[in-house]
Design a protein around this ligand. Structure first.
Ligand code: NAG
Length: 186
């Protein structure tokens, strides 16, 4: 029984550390949910998660529409241009105590995701960081959104730098090709 307090301590330490890997990710100060709403285009995506690898060749720019629900959460409609159709997904980001910091639960896999608006000026760009943990592995995805289909080079550089800092390799940073497909979808 002597070892029990120690192992409890270790468990607590590991539990903390699953979060500590992500706790230094910034969130846009004074985040205003009512200003983030509306239509965005996905300009670039970077991820160390393996879902991106098989998909990356076919992934194109697509719209994401954000709405605010009465309870202060965010409704997010993501449209993916596919070969012959527009695939639409509706997500809900649940607010946390920290403005700009949300949680998302994938209804199919049951996985929990940590979602942050790292930086945005609301009118031009938004940098989002999404992470989830599996055991001791942390999967990180960053997404750069633009109000228009093009963004200043400086913002693309900022996105690249941020993604590299999160341990995402250069090969896994993708500027999404533009398409006219599905662009009018809301
Ligand atoms: C990106 O990182 C490079 C190299 O550290 C630096 O020179 C550049 O100023 C950074 N760009 C931005 C927009 O943060």
């Amino acid at each position: 029984m002597k070892g029990l307090p120690l192992s409890l301590g270790l468990v607590a330490l590991f539990a903390l550390c699953a979060v500590c890997a992500q706790s230094d990710i910034p969130v846009q100060p004074d985040f205003q949910a009512d200003k983030i709403v509306g239509k965005w285009y996905r300009i670039a995506v970077a991820s160390n998660s393996n879902w991106l690898q098989p998909n990356k060749l076919s992934m194109k720019m697509g719209p994401t529409v954000i709405t605010q629900t009465a309870d202060g959460n965010l409704g997010v409609v993501v449209t993916h241009p596919m070969m012959d159709r527009c695939e639409k997904k509706t997500l809900k980001f649940f607010k946390t105590d920290q403005p700009g910091h949300f949680r998302y639960k994938n209804p199919h896999s049951g996985k929990d995701f940590d979602v942050r608006f790292v930086e945005t000026n609301y009118e031009e760009y938004a940098l989002m960081f999404i992470s989830n943990t599996k055991g001791t592995d942390v999967y990180s995805t960053s997404i750069l959104f633009g109000r228009g289909k093009e963004l200043r080079t400086e913002l693309l550089d900022k996105f690249r730098n941020f993604s590299l800092e999160q341990g995402i390799g250069e090969d896994n940073i993708h500027i999404l090709p533009q398409t006219d497909q599905c662009m009018t979808e809301a």
